[in-house]
Ligand binder design. Structure first.
Ligand code: ARG
Ligand code: MN
Ligand code: MN
Length: 312
C-alpha cells in the first residue's frame, strides 16, 4: 500500500506536533483543529501507510501566554505568538534531527514562523511551498488586520524589519526558495512585496490557465530543481474552495477543488523531497457539523497523500 520514497529521511517515521493555537488571528476555535484531526484517526491512518508515528500529545501552549501583551505597532498578541512559535521551532527541529518527517497540525498560520524556522535549522537550503488563498507576507507596516497569521513569510524572509518581541525569528528563507499556489486574496502591500522580491506565485488564475499539473511542476522546478532541495509544504486549508473545506477562519471563494488540493500533495510526495508539512487553519467550531466533518476529513487525506497514499 505504501509508496514511501523520501530521500532526505533515513526511515519512514513521522513526528506529529499538535499546536492548538489561535493567537495569530482573532477568531476562536482554530486551536481545536489538532484535537479534531487526531480524533478523526490521522495517526492510525499514517501507521497504516507504513509510517512509524511519534506523537507527544496535545501540549498546552496557553501556559506560554504572557499576562500582558499590548499591541506592538499594529501587531496583535506578539509576545504570545513569539513564545509559542519559538517552542514549535524547537519541536520541529528535534523531529528532523532524529531523521523524522515533521508534521505540524495547526492552529493558525502564524505557527509557520516556528515550523519553517525549525526546518531551516536542520535543512538550511530547504524550499518552502506555501499553499494558500493568502500570501501571508504582510510586514508590520503593511498589515491592516494586525493578525500575525497574515505575516509569517515576511519574517522568515527577513523583510519584516526588526520587531524586538519576535527577535528569536532569524531570516532563514530566500525569495528563490519560496513558491505559492492558490492565491486569490492578496493585499495591495503584499502584491508589491511579491513583485519587488521576484517571488514566484501561482494564483488561481494560473491554476485555471495552465492546469494544476503544470502549475505544480513549475512550482517544484522553481524551488527544488531536479529534487535538489528538501521541501517544506505549508498547507493552509483555506487554499481549497470553501465548498470543499468550509470550516476555516478566512474563507475565500474560487479556490482549489478537492482533486487539485490532493494532486499538489501527491506530486510533492512524488519528488521524494518532503521533510516537513504543516496543515493549518482548520477551525472545527465554524459552520455546521457536516462542514466540520468535510474539512477535517480533507485535512487528513491531504496529509496522507503528501505522505504517500496513492489512488491505485
Ligand atoms: N493565514 C491566513 N488565513 N491569513 C489570512 C490573512 C488575511 C490578510 N491578508 C491579513 O493580513 O490579515
Ligand atoms: Mn489563508
Ligand atoms: Mn495562511
Amino acid at each position: 500500500m505504501s509508496t514511501y520514497k523520501l530521500k532526505f529521511l533515513p526511515h519512514q517515521s513521522v513526528g506529529v506536533i499538535a499546536v492548538p493555537f489561535s493567537g495569530g488571528q482573532k477568531r476562536e476555535g482554530v486551536d481545536h483543529g489538532p484535537v479534531k484531526i487526531v480524533e478523526f484517526g490521522l495517526l492510525d491512518q499514517l501507521k497504516e501507510l507504513g509510517w512509524s508515528v511519534h506523537f507527544d500529545g496535545h501540549r498546552d501552549y496557553t501556559q506560554l501566554r504572557p499576562t500582558s501583551d499590548p499591541p506592538v505597532g499594529k501587531l496583535l498578541n506578539t509576545r504570545y505568538v513569539s513564545a509559542v512559535t519559538e517552542s514549535v521551532a524547537a519541536s520541529v527541529q528535534a523531529q528532523l534531527e532524529k531523521g523524522s518527517l515533521a508534521l505540524t497540525l495547526g492552529g493558525d498560520h502564524s505557527v509557520a514562523l516556528g515550523t519553517f524556522s525549525g526546518t531551516a535549522r536542520v535543512y538550511p537550503d530547504a524550499a518552502l511551498i506555501w499553499i494558500d488563498a493568502h500570501a501571508d507576507i504582510n510586514t508590520p507596516d503593511t498589515t491592516d488586520s494586525g493578525n500575525i497569521h497574515g505575516c509569517p513569510v515576511s519574517f522568515l524572509l527577513g523583510i519584516a524589519g526588526h520587531v524586538e518581541e519576535l527577535g528569536w525569528v532569524k531570516p532563514c528563507l530566500t525569495p528563490d526558495r519560496l513558491v505559492y499556489i492558490g492565491l486569490r486574496d492578496v493585499d495591495a502591500g503584499e502584491k508589491k512585496i511579491l513583485k519587488e522580491h521576484g517571488i514566484k506565485a501561482f494564483s488561481m488564475h494560473e491554476v485555471d490557465k495552465y492546469g494544476i499539473n503544470k502549475v505544480v511542476e513549475m512550482a517544484i522546478n522553481h524551488v527544488s530543481p531536479g529534487g535538489s532541495r528538501p521541501i517544506h509544504l505549508s498547507f493552509d486549508v483555506d487554499a481549497l474552495d470553501p465548498s470543499v473545506a468550509p470550516s476555516t477562519g478566512t474563507p475565500v471563494r474560487g479556490g482549489l477543488t478537492f482533486r487539485e488540493g490532493h494532486y499538489i500533495c501527491e506530486a510533492v510526495h512524488e519528488t521524494g523531497c518532503l521533510v516537513a508539512m504543516d496543515l493549518m487553519e482548520v477551525n472545527p467550531t465554524l459552520e455546521d457539523d457536516e462542514s466540520v466533518f468535510q474539512t477535517v476529513t480533507i485535512g487528513c487525506s491531504l496529509v496522507r497523500c503528501a505522505l504517500g497514499e496513492t489512488l491505485l
